[in-house]
Design a protein around this ligand. Structure first.
Ligand code: SF4
Ligand SMILES: [Zn+2]
Length: 119
């Protein structure tokens, strides 16, 4: 069972927040999106694979204290069962804010369209 990075108590892998210290463990309230957090004074990027190989283009790099894409460069990559779900998951995590904005614009457009049809 994983442990909370702040208080080291065992926590459910699906937990959105630590039940002991209330530290947020998942991003956007989604149990599938782990929110990695820096402990102490080090930045996450200092030990991140994507900073080491210079493939990260997140604006918070190199001073990220929270990140959903962080990968510890001392840990091996987990074997990927299928390339498609992994790449979609990474794509979804990376573009989630843009997807949410597009969704809001779409709903706004439909509301305006509906109101014009009512006149
Ligand atoms: S993925 Fe996150 S932790 Fe890694 S370099 Fe980019 S911003 Fe830093
Ligand atoms: Zn905790």
């Amino acid at each position: 069972m994983p442990t909370c990075p702040r208080c080291n108590q065992p926590v459910d892998p699906q937990a959105i927040a630590c039940p002991f210290c209330r530290t947020t463990l998942k991003a956007h309230g989604h149990p599938g999106i782990t929110l990695h957090q820096a402990i102490g004074s080090e930045y996450l990027c200092d030990s991140c694979t994507y900073h080491a190989d210079d493939t990260c283009n997140y604006p918070q790099r190199p001073y990220a204290r929270e990140c959903t894409l962080y990968h510890d460069d001392r840990q091996p990559f987990q074997p990927v069962r299928s390339a498609r779900p992994a790449s979609f998951s990474l794509w979804f995590q990376r573009y989630l804010p843009q997807i949410m904005i597009l969704g809001l614009l779409g709903v706004s457009f439909l509301i305006v369209l509906y109101q014009q049809q009512q006149r």
